[in-house]
Design a protein around this ligand. Structure first.
Ligand SMILES: [Zn+2]
Ligand SMILES: [Zn+2]
Length: 372
């Protein structure tokens, strides 16, 4: 008996020392959530390319042979993931985007392609347990990642989310305080006219600090250049260039966007004081359909010119319900001829219709309509 105990002690000790002195670098493991294969080693600071192939057992043609490039930093405790393939790879349902790189941390979930083939990463804290799980072909899971459905972002400032509410797909039901966009850092926007804003938009969609809500279909972000105290953008993950590209099949998606937007407005601490409009710009130059959710105070330094003003207060701004109604009735959205001319109209107060000659005058006037 004694001998056996010593034997086991010696054996495990030898195994441990072997790991310690075999000159092995720190490493990490990529673990298939479905447990379809053994954990894949991601050695410290070494590039590993994965995709369709025997290593992952993925046979799906939608997955490139070189779909993602992974590089673990064991000291910092994350894996950099770069999407190489055409179809979307994602971390916690946020699409990475081809050529982009994001961090994958323990507890987060990587989907190799199209929200499928789920993986988690595990850093080797205790080499013996990991090696044991590798040897036995086990699928040791470090930690269940958070729900993928309808997650209000936990890191959003002042955003208090209960564990319960994270599981619900729609914030309508959530007792969640939404982060106000008021006092957000401002910069100048050129009425979304430049292509690179569209690039910035893509980055913002994937930036957890910008995300207010996300689920498998849409993401809500704070507008980088809010034109009012509260201004959010609701965007589908699916890339739809503009309103003209919409058809009847998009009705469900647009209704979902509107429902989530309504929920977010409902959570706004000033919801009872301010009026909100939900709508689309007739001709958005950002090539990605987005629903504006904007409070009607227009109390913001980012509102700088007539074009800004008219894009939200004339028929250039089409209510979400109207867009949905057009799709249901006609199967398409019709934009009136000469809609761009609306942007050149004189500045008129959206509450009392008074005409003002300059933006500073307008701003002074708008104060009279602010809630007391
Ligand atoms: Zn817009
Ligand atoms: Zn007025």
């Amino acid at each position: 008996m004694y001998r056996r105990v010593v034997d086991i002690f010696v054996k495990s000790r030898v195994g441990f020392l072997f790991v310690l002195f075999s000159g092995k670098m720190p490493t990490s493991w990529l673990i298939s959530k479905e447990g379809v294969h053994k954990p894949l080693e991601l050695p410290h600071l070494q590039t590993v390319v994965l995709g369709r192939g025997p290593e992952t057992t993925i046979k799906d043609k939608k997955c490139s042979r070189e779909q993602v490039e992974l590089k673990a930093d064991c000291n910092k405790g994350y894996v950099s993931v770069k999407q190489l393939g055409v179809n979307p790879s994602s971390v916690d349902s946020v699409v990475i985007g081809r050529g982009n790189q994001v961090k994958l941390k323990p507890g987060q979930q990587l989907h190799i392609v199209n929200q499928t083939y789920a993986y988690v990463v595990q850093f080797k804290e205790d080499p013996r347990t990991v090696l044991a799980s590798k040897d036995s072909g086990g699928t040791k899971r470090p930690q269940e990642p958070s729900s993928e459905k309808g997650e209000l972002h936990r890191d959003a400032p002042k955003c208090k989310v209960s564990r319960e509410s994270e599981k619900k797909p729609c914030p309508n039901d959530d007792p969640v305080k939404m982060p106000p966009t008021k006092n957000a850092p401002h910069a100048t926007e050129k009425v979304e006219s430049s292509g690179h804003w569209s690039q910035g938009l893509k980055a913002s969609m994937q930036d957890p600090t910008m995300q207010v809500y996300k689920d498998e279909r849409i993401v809500v972000i704070k507008d980088k250049y809010p034109k009012a105290r509260y201004h959010w953008l609701v965007l589908p993950w699916e890339s739809i260039p503009n309103l003209k590209a919409l058809n009847r099949d998009h009705c469900d998606l647009l209704k979902h966007m509107q429902k989530v937007a309504d929920g977010i407005v409902g959570q706004c601490p000033d919801a009872s004081l301010l009026r909100f409009r939900l709508g689309y710009h007739a001709i958005p130059s950002m090539s990605h359909v987005h629903l504006h959710v904007i409070s009607q105070d227009f109390d913001s330094p980012s509102l700088k010119n007539k074009k800004h003003w008219n894009s939200f207060t004339t028929d250039y701004f089409i209510d979400s319900q109207e867009v949905i109604a057009m799709l249901e009735k006609a199967g398409k959205v019709t934009i009136k001829e000469g809609i761009n001319d609306l942007l050149k109209l004189p500045i008129r107060c959206h509450v009392c219709q008074k005409e003002l000659s300059t933006i500073p005058q307008l701003k002074e006037h708008l104060k009279s309509h602010l809630p007391k």
